[in-house]
Ligand binder design. Structure first.
Ligand code: FAD
Length: 313
């Protein structure tokens, strides 16, 4: 219940322009910026520094150039070009080649055909340099169309692309079956958005139970999938199932968000698991940041402490 209220509260605040302006002023300061705990920086150079440190610690990464729900085709084109330029920078830096993106950033909310074209531009470039691109899943009005665009790419022969499915949605078992039929790689998450009862489970126990069932379905399929959670219960269930079924640690990966449960990330690495860190960067960090606060209201205390210590300092 608290989780439900907190997601709604922070989702509403995420729409506030004055809060956004205030946060932008303090959040990403080079010293003491409270958003830096969760966001690698505003530039690709800062993301590359973070990615290098992640690689040096024995983990993998996927870089997410933050942005969503653009309002014009010109903005969608700009986001597409920014992704192409990011790939250039990643290749030049010689770091691992993984990207995550949101289709509303490429114009899905305005014109599906142009969004599809923009994604093709990115996948063509990605294919030429051996990048893997994960299409993030957004809120439920976009679920079907995101899957449709993904499947269009798959039918066109792109294989350097994967999708995200959310265990909170009632429809997900059928979507997971479809992705298994295609042989596509899924990142399984619980779901970051507040969704109506009609389409989504409201209780954490139901979302968790669905997550465990979906993990088993995906891992048993024999394809390579990513199980993304910071919840020790979900991770234990994944580990136990894989070991019961003799599924090696090289047959799947665990994923976590930048700055969250770094202790657990290190423990899993030490235990021999493949762990990928999702590294968000860019100027449009405010909605992403607010979702992280909504998942764990205790993070608000962390933000307030950072601001107070900066003022004292
Ligand atoms: C790699 C990755 C990619 C993702 N991509 C998507 C996506 O495309 N679409 C989508 O809807 N969602 C995405 N998510 C977010 C996901 O849906 C959840 O909202 C988020 O992971 C929190 O759920 P949880 O599984 O960690 O479990 P929870 O039950 O929410 O949390 C379990 C424990 O994890 C820790 N924790 C969780 N969140 C935080 C936080 N914000 N700050 C500090 N500690 C925290 C706490 O210790 C908490 O008790 C992604 C998550 C990851 C890890």
């Amino acid at each position: 219940m608290i989780g439900y209220a907190s997601k709604i509260f922070f989702q509403t605040l995420a729409g506030s322009q004055s809060l956004k302006r205030l946060a932008s002023r303090y959040g990403m300061r080079s010293h003491g910026g409270f958003a830096r705990r969760f966001i690698a920086g505003e530039t690709v150079e800062e993301a590359i520094v973070a990615a290098r440190a992640i690689e040096a610690s024995g983990l993998m990464h996927t870089l997410d150039l933050l942005g969503e729900s653009v309002h014009t085709m010109a903005e969608a084109d700009m986001a597409t070009r920014a992704y192409l330029a990011t790939m250039d920078r990643i290749v030049a830096a010689g770091i691992g080649r993984g990207l995550s993106l949101k289709l509303t950033q490429l114009g899905l909310g305005i014109d599906r055909a142009t969004c599809t074209d923009n994604l093709r531009r990115i996948l063509d470039r990605a294919g030429a340099d051996d990048f893997f691109v994960r299409v993030d899943m957004e809120n439920s009005p976009y679920t079907q169309v995101t899957l449709d665009v993904f499947e269009t790419m798959w039918q066109l022969g792109y294989r350097n692309v994967g999708i995200v499915l959310q265990s909170c949605l009632r429809r997900t078992p059928a979507d997971a079956q479809r992705m298994i039929e295609l042989g596509a790689s899924v990142r399984l998450v619980k779901g970051a958005y507040q969704e109506p009862k009609r389409v989504a489970y409201q209780r954490k126990s139901e979302v968790d139970a669905a997550f465990v069932e979906l993990t088993q379905l995906l891992l048993a399929s024999g394809h390579y999938h990513a199980i993304a959670s910071h919840d020790p219960g979900m991770i234990d269930a994944t580990r136990q199932f894989a070991s019961r079924r003799g599924i090696g640690t090289d047959r799947f990966e665990l994923q976590m968000l930048y700055g969250i449960r770094r202790d657990l990330q290190a423990q899993l690495r030490d235990a021999g698991y493949r762990l990928r860190v999702y590294v968000p960067f860019g100027r449009e960090w405010f909605p992403y940041f607010m979702r992280r606060l909504g998942e764990r209201p205790a993070n608000v205390g962390f933000v307030i402490r950072s601001i107070l210590s900066e003022r004292r300092g």
